[in-house]
Structure formats: structure tokens, C-alpha cells
Design a protein around this ligand. Structure first.
Ligand code: MN
Length: 214
């Protein structure tokens, strides 16, 4: 039996020090997992979950500034990668790009956030490193060399194990799942031409440039 259409292949992430790749199945995200970021957004520090399509994942070194926003924000995040049985097998550095102006309008209407969070190339990712996630360590993001976000993984309200437990109430976690674990304070707007450098102690780095709008 042949398929009616051919779907685009899933994005694949490189593994640091390993020739294999991690194929991305689904992308789950948690919001408000650092109290200082929840505070800067004027929200209660209560975890909320949302998803991005796998097609949001990008490993390209240059991304076009997306349309339908004048206020694109960066959110640096520890990303967990799940293997057989839904266990964490690797982790890496990601950025949850957010159309903040569009998200604010959706929030005001009580509408879903997908178009502000799950757009194409909204989840730039670095390589993954095999092994458990670090329990502590610096998580930072700079733009054109200027520090914007700085926190420590130990500030997470729901650390990885607790986060997986919460998520598993709603979804059967499976191999290929990525989980963005939330961002510390300091989110701010990006402009075309900006060079973004995201770092988490002990994990492969993530660098990308925003190119002109198209
Ligand atoms: Mn986020």
C-alpha cells in the first residue's frame, strides 16, 4: 500500500561526540517555570504547557526575521530529549522564539498561543549531549555580545523529573519528544541582523543570526 502524499522528513539533531542523530517527533514546552520570568511577565509562577510542531525546530545558522510581529522575543531554555520508554536520554540548548505582541493579543482574548509560539523556525536548537540533564549550572543568552538573560538551572520550579511527571498526566511520552523547560528572566526583543548566543553550562552551544524580514 502506498501513501497518498510524502511528508517532509522530521528535523534531526546532531549528537555531540556521537555520529548518530536524534529525530524530532514532538515538541512540548513549559511556560512560567522560573519565578523571576513569570514575575517580569506579570503572571503567577504556575506552570503551563503548550506545544510547537516538530517543523518549528531549526538547526540553521541563519533564520529570517518572521512576519506578523514587531516584537520577536528570545527565551533561552534547557531542552530534554526523550528515548525509549519516555526517559531522558540527552539534553541541549534551545531558544523558544515568541511573537510577544501577537501572544499578548491572544492572551487578552483567552485564545490559544500556537500562532505566536509554533511558527516556522520558532525553535532553534543546538546539538544534543547524551546523558542526564544538569541539575544546576548557568543558563545565559546574549545578543551581539551583550548579556540579556542569565539564570541557573536550579531555579526551575519544576525540575526535569517533576516536569515529565506533570506532562505524563496529559500525554504518553515517547521517543523523539523534545521538552523545552522554560526560561529565566531577561527576555527581550530581537531585531534583523542580531546575533544570538545561547549557553548552558556543560552543553553544546547554540548560535544563530536573524536575517532581514522576508
Ligand atoms: Mn518559553
Amino acid at each position: 500500500m502506498s501513501d497518498l502524499v510524502t511528508c517532509p522528513a522530521a528535523p534531526r539533531l546532531a549528537l555531540d561526540g556521537d555520529s548518530r542523530h536524534f529525530p524530532v517527533g514532538r515538541v512540548f514546552c513549559i511556560g512560567r517555570n522560573y519565578a523571576d520570568h513569570a514575575k517580569e511577565m506579570g503572571e503567577a509562577a504556575e506552570a503551563i504547557f503548550f506545544t510547537k510542531p516538530a517543523s518549528a525546530v531549526s538547526t540553521a545558522p541563519a533564520l529570517p526575521y518572521p512576519g506578523e510581529t514587531e516584537d520577536l522575543h528570545h527565551e533561552v531554555e534547557l531542552v530534554l530529549a526523550l528515548g525509549e520508554g519516555g526517559e531522558i536520554i540527552a539534553c541541549g540548548t534551545g531558544v523558544d522564539l515568541t511573537k510577544r505582541d501577537l501572544q499578548a493579543r491572544l492572551k487578552a482574548k483567552g485564545a490559544p498561543w500556537e500562532i505566536a509560539k509554533g511558527f516556522d523556525r520558532s525553535a532553534p536548537m543546538g546539538a544534543l549531549r547524551l546523558g542526564p540533564p544538569p541539575a544546576s549550572g548557568a543558563i545565559t543568552l546574549s545578543v551581539n555580545g551583550t548579556p540579556r538573560q542569565s539564570g541557573d538551572l536550579e531555579q526551575m520550579i519544576l525540575p526535569p523529573a517533576a516536569l515529565l511527571q506533570q506532562l505524563a498526566r496529559y500525554f504518553t511520552l515517547q521517543p523523539g519528544d523534545l521538552i523545552f523547560t522554560g526560561t529565566p528572566a531577561g527576555v527581550s526583543a530581537l531585531l534583523p541582523g542580531d546575533v544570538v548566543s545561547a549557553r548552558i553550562d556543560g552543553l553544546p552551544p547554540l548560535d544563530f543570526t536573524l536575517t532581514e524580514r522576508r
